[in-house]
Design a binder for this molecule. Structure first.
Ligand code: NAD
Length: 506
């Protein structure tokens, strides 16, 4: 461990008082109907950083009633695109204004580095601005080709009341991949952030109110998956659920939503491969692999946790990856120099460790890490940068989300073999290829079963580009114009012009 780059506790201050988080229902900040609360302990510092209202069925009922009424009264759905865009842009400006405060609480609750949190909040306000542009440019279609006495219109209408359920790993970014698009479409919403990371969604609610979003349009209920998320999914008055989280909970949501056949959009897990050919820019590839696996401590749906390296370069590539991994600054997330912070909970840390130990027991070789990391001065849980080679495709470490700073290394001989390994997965979120040959990259891009393919790069994202998965990584798309379409229904209006309709009954 001594040869790793560990950042000890910084001088940055912990809050004097925990963040107090309440539900936002019909424009009011409320305690739970039964008065109960829960605490969030910082994964890095080990102290209580948030005290949140703990929602139940009555709180969800009140929030859904408010969202339903706001939608049915047209408080938001009947505003113009210009009005919606104006408010979305205002919220984007407010997010920029509050960037440091949001990043601070995001870091304390999630354990991610403050510099990364700052970048995420900046990315989030950019998404709000992009969604504002869609609010003004969205439109339906007209068909002037149905005959001289007919005109067809396809209207794009908001789906209605949407439940938004988000995870803990990118709390502010992920709610910003959903909420501005739902609002641009004219929907009203009930949001449930993860019980691990409620604070920054509450701050976003404050900003929505400050910007002038009408009461009942944006509601927030805090608490656990059961009963809050389950009630938000089953309620008949909710028209759609958009969920980001684990594949297991995604499947439960599909089952629960089936009772009312509501629309479901799912952004789920991934076990994302990167294939490295011998003709690649290897220096760049090593850096991207190290970034891809340690970013957000590997607690990332897009974690590049499975690399597939050509046999001829495997040994040198592995050595370079181990060497660079030792230089990555792991430690206090409040220190601006830290690149990798804490693991979300002690239970999750144990799960990560078990994957590594089971792989070693099954014949894999641990080349780096494989143990908890001690960060001087901090009481939370951290895990060492870990690289496991001699991994076989059927091992759990190669197939399942480890969701930690753990890289699995497999090897290949031919392009066909590499593609077979890439597609030998239940997940299909993202995949990458490293080669200086454009034909290799294009063939890979067309044959990889994944929602996103990166060639000679990893994890670049843009508000303009859709994101989502195939297979058990989900259904539906976020971002881009596709991100708006998720929240719209097409309504057909067929109009006869003049009295040309032939009577059916003579
Ligand atoms: P999770 O599935 O445990 O929880 C996600 C959310 O669902 C939380 O708010 C939780 O309280 C809620 N929930 C739990 N049970 C529920 C139920 N029965 N009904 C309704 N809601 C319920 O996921 P997590 O641990 O918070 O996040 C990590 C997972 O999220 C990983 O699998 C990761 O890959 C995935 N993820 C995917 C993307 C993507 O865009 N594809 C992005 C980020 C995270």
């Amino acid at each position: 461990m001594s040869d790793l780059n560990v950042v000890s506790i910084s001088e940055a201050k912990l809050p004097a008082e925990p963040f107090v988080a309440r539900h936002l229902i019909d424009g009011d900040w409320r305690q739970s109907a039964d008065g109960s609360t829960f605490d969030r302990v910082s994964p890095s510092h080990g102290s209580v950083v948030t005290k949140a209202a703990k929602g139940g069925a009555r709180d969800v009922d009140a929030a859904v009633s408010a969202a339903r009424l706001a939608f049915d009264k047209g408080r938001w759905s009947r505003t113009s695109g210009k009005e919606r865009a104006t408010l979305l842009l205002k919220i984007a400006d407010l997010i920029d204004r509050e960037r440091e405060r949001i990043a601070y609480w995001e870091t304390l609750e999630s354990g991610k580095p403050i510099s990364q949190a700052m970048a995420e909040i900046e990315g989030a306000s950019d998404i709000w601005r992009f969604a504002a542009s869609l609010a003004r440019t969205m439109h339906g279609e007209s068909y002037n080709s149905l005959g001289s006495d007919m005109l067809g219109l396809v209207l794009k209408e908001p789906v209605g009341v949407v439940s938004i359920i988000t995870p803990w790993n990118f709390p502010f970014l992920i709610v910003s991949q959903k909420l501005p698009f739902a609002l641009a479409a004219g929907c009203t919403v009930v949001i449930k952030p993860s019980e691990m990371t409620p604070a920054t969604t509450v701050i976003l609610g404050e900003l929505c109110i400050e910007a002038g979003i009408p009461a009942g349009v944006v509601n927030i209920v805090l608490g656990y998956g059961d009963p809050v998320g389950t009630a938000m999914t089953a309620d008949k008055r909710v028209d759609m659920v958009t969920f980001t989280g684990s594949t297991g909970v995604g499947k439960a949501i599909v089952k629960a939503a089936a009772g009312t056949l509501k629309k479901v959009s799912l952004e789920l897990g991934g076990k994302n491969p990167q294939v490295i050919f011998p003709d690649a820019d290897l220096e760049s590839a090593v850096d991207a692999v190290v970034f891809g696996v340690y970013f957000n401590a590997g607690e990332c749906c897009n974690s590049g946790s499975r690399i597939i390296v050509h046999e001829d370069i495997a040994e040198a590539f592995l050595k370079a990856t181990v060497d660079l991994s030792r230089k990555v600054p792991f430690g206090d997330p409040l220190d601006p120099s830290t690149k990798v912070g804490a693991i979300i909970t002690p239970d999750h840390q144990s799960k990560i460790d078990k994957y590594v130990r089971d792989a070693a027991d099954a014949g894999a070789t641990v080349h780096l890490g494989g143990e908890a990391l001690t960060v001087p001065g901090l009481a939370g849980q951290f895990y060492q940068p870990t690289i496991v080679a001699d991994v076989k495709s059927d091992m759990p470490i190669a197939r399942e989300e480890v969701f930690g700073p753990v890289l699995s290394v497999l090897t290949f001989k031919t392009l066909d073999e590499a593609i077979e390994l890439v597609n030998d997965a239940d997940y299909g979120l993202s995949a990458g290829v490293w080669s200086e040959n454009v034909h290799t990259c294009l063939e890979f891009a067309r044959r990889a079963h994944a929602g996103t393919v990166w060639t000679n790069t990893w994890m670049d994202g843009f508000a303009e580009m859709p994101f989502g998965g195939v297979k058990e990584s989900g259904q539906g798309r976020e971002l881009g114009k596709y991100g708006l379409d998720e929240f719209l229904e097409a309504k057909t209006v067929t109009m006869r012009i003049g009295k040309t309709r032939a009577p059916w009954v003579a």
